[in-house]
Each structure stands twice: as C-alpha cells, then as structure tokens.
Design a protein around this ligand. Structure first.
Ligand code: GLN
Length: 191
C-alpha cells in the first residue's frame, strides 16, 4: 500500500513517519505525476490559503479532484481538512470541494492558539491525544457524513465516504491509531 503526503507546506515528514509505522509505504508528493501510483493521500496542516495557492500553481487542484473522483481515500488534517471541504464559512469558494462538510477556520479563538486534549474518536480510540494549532472546526457534515469526534460540542473529526478529516494534528503525537484507521479505509476502497 503506497500513500502520498502532499509536500507543499506543513508537517510532511511526521506524516510520512507515522504512515510507515502504521505499515504503509509513504512518500512526500511534490509533483502531480507522483499521484499516479498512490492508493491514498494525506493533506497536512499549514496555512490553507497558502497551500491552496500552491495547489493551483502546480496543477494539484484538478489532479487531486480526479484522485478523489477515482475513490482513492484522502485524509486532511487541520488546513488539509479546510482544503477538502466543499463549504468554508464566510468564503465564497471552497478549495478542493471534495468532502461534504462546512468548516470554520481559526475556530478556537486567539487565547487558545494551540492546546492539547485527550478525547474519544469513534472507531479509533477512547483516549486519542489531539493537538490543536489555530484549528478549524467542522460546523456540519453532509448526509453521508459520520461525526467521529467532538471537543466542546464542536466536531473535530469526521468521515464522508472515502474522505477523512481531522481539525487537529495527529502527526504531532506518537499515536498512530488514526493513521492506522486511514490505512483501513484505503484497504476497504482498494478491494
Ligand atoms: N489556521 C490554518 C488555516 O486556516 C490552519 C492551521 C493549521 O493547519 N495548523 O489554514
């Protein structure tokens, strides 16, 4: 199983390391052609507007939309979740628009720029460590959507068909259970 991590900005090496620990072959993806032989893709955190611009510049916007249309799983963390969403609160246009959900950027306020909590994630863990950094939250999921985790009544992890989104940064902990869950999704869609 070969998984790519979009390497335009953000914590790429950390995701690669965790995917490998979870049993996949993982590669940093810098060119559109590198998507061709992948079974799944991770879009890391960073700054969604910056990553969005770079995605447009290097042809990733259309290429990743095709990747998703081929039912290949995509996991977006933090800014990656914003990029996946088909609705961004207060913005006229979304980015990839693949995952049916509405997100709000920078949702946890300035005084809480970054913090860590431990919360359950449905189907993954009863005690998952979540690192939030200027994190978005998911305001609502569409009709195929499944809420996987909430923090302070806000949805912070969700799944919609072959798309997975987390408002937090699983790659900044040493808990590989969410990456393992994503690899199970990839396996499910490959067969
Ligand atoms: N606030 C960032 C954004 O809107 C996301 C932060 C992150 O990925 N850590 O893109």
């Amino acid at each position: 199983m070969k998984i790519g991590v979009l390497a335009l900005q953000g914590a790429v090496a950390e995701h690669v390391g965790m995917l490998e620990q979870a049993g996949a072959t993982a590669v940093a993806v810098k060119k559109v052609e590198e998507l061709d032989d992948l079974d799944g893709l991770v879009i890391p955190g960073g700054e969604s507007t910056t990553i969005g611009k770079l995605m447009n510049k290097y042809g990733f916007m259309e290429a990743i939309r095709r990747f998703g249309a081929e039912k290949k799983p995509i996991f977006g963390t933090c800014a990656g979740a914003i990029l996946l969403a088909n609705r961004v609160n207060g913005q006229e246009e979304a980015h990839l628009g693949l995952m049916d959900m509405k997100v709000e950027r920078n949702a946890f306020g300035r005084q809480k720029e970054s913090f860590e909590v431990t919360m359950p994630v449905a189907g993954v863990a009863a005690d998952y460590p979540m690192v939030f950094i200027r994190a978005p939250y998911i305001m609502e999921v569409g009709e195929n959507g499944q809420v996987l985790a909430k923090y302070e009544e806000k949805i912070v992890a969700a799944r919609d068909r072959h798309y997975l989104a987390a408002a937090f940064h699983p790659e900044l902990t040493d808990d590989i259970r969410l990456h393992r869950y994503f690899l199970d999704m990839v396996r499910e869609y490959r067969s």
